[in-house]
Ligand binder design. Sequence first.
Ligand SMILES: CC(C)(COP(=O)(O)OP(=O)(O)OC[C@H]1O[C@@H](n2cnc3c(N)ncnc32)[C@H](O)[C@@H]1OP(=O)(O)O)[C@@H](O)C(=O)NCCC(=O)NCCSC(=O)C[C@H](O)C(=O)O
Ligand SMILES: [Mg+2]
Length: 289
Amino acid sequence: MAEKIDPRLRPFRSVLYIPGCKPRALDKARSLAVDAIIFDLEDAVSADEKDNARETLKEALAQGGYDPRVKIVRINGLDTDWGQADAEAVMQMDADVVLLPKVSSADDIDALAAITGDKPIWAMMETPRGMLNAAEIAAHPLLTGMVMGTNDLAKELQVRYRPDRMPLMTGLGLCLLAAKAEGVVIIDGVYNAFKDEEGLAAECEQGRDMGFDGKTLIHPAQIEIANKAFAPTPEEIELARRQIEAFEKVQAEGQGVAVVDGRIVENLHVETAREILAKAAMIESVLGF
Ligand SMILES: CC(C)(COP(=O)(O)OP(=O)(O)OC[C@H]1O[C@@H](n2cnc3c(N)ncnc32)[C@H](O)[C@@H]1OP(=O)(O)O)[C@@H](O)C(=O)NCCC(=O)NCCSC(=O)C[C@H](O)C(=O)O
Ligand SMILES: [Mg+2]
């Protein structure tokens, strides 16, 4: 069983993909205000650069400078020419998590774990079969996070792009249910039009409303928007403080329900309020951005 990162406490607002073959981008990431980085050996790296990318990434991680960002390495699938070597190489790298693409069942996680031992595994959720098997994938003892691969999912489902993402909703919902049932991290897919700030902000808001912990990103220009959308707002922090205060007051009087702004506040609301404050404090004290 891999130690779970509590997604209610550890922020994953912004999770940036960096192609493992690009030294300049790998270097730049050391100063970027992201909560986590996906060092990519899969789709962002062309076939003739795969071996080189593995070495470049190994060196960059050995040099360090990425803490306190969570370091995730996305390998190629084990059914490709590079997957086995990637998985073996990750064991020599200073990485927190190994991310497996196109996971379709818990057997895929078992196959990776046969190489990577007890290293925590995240799953790219991007195939129709993966959506149908989301519950067993999330329940795997080594699985600590899921990442939506909305490009591959859209391709497999043969959907048309729509700003409201209606054709993807069943898949997003199934994965969210599975992740929440098991208490694992779940990150929304990328927004491809990286110069469209308004479109990205709208999609981040939608993802936050749905319960995603954060957004995967492809360009540094997207970071600030995701960090803002997935952090507790000043209004949420202020309300959380008032809810806790009001509840503690009625509790001291032997009652179990407070009223704040015309709405009831019970124990479960106070738990949410405490999580909001803990996440805000974590962003402030550990990350500072
Ligand atoms: C999209 C890009 C190809 C654009 O690159 P570029 O033209 O170099 O952008 P800029 O000139 O604007 O870059 C400015 C500086 O920022 C650095 N940079 C760019 N991108 C990144 C990055 N991702 N991480 C870190 N730093 C980055 C440049 O080096 C410039 O730095 P400097 O010169 O020092 O100022 C490019 O952004 C890119 O390659 N992005 C990543 C694409 C990627 O990772 N794709 C795969 C993941 S998406 C996916 O597969 C999802 C899933 O599987 C699914 O199915 O949906
Ligand atoms: Mg993909």
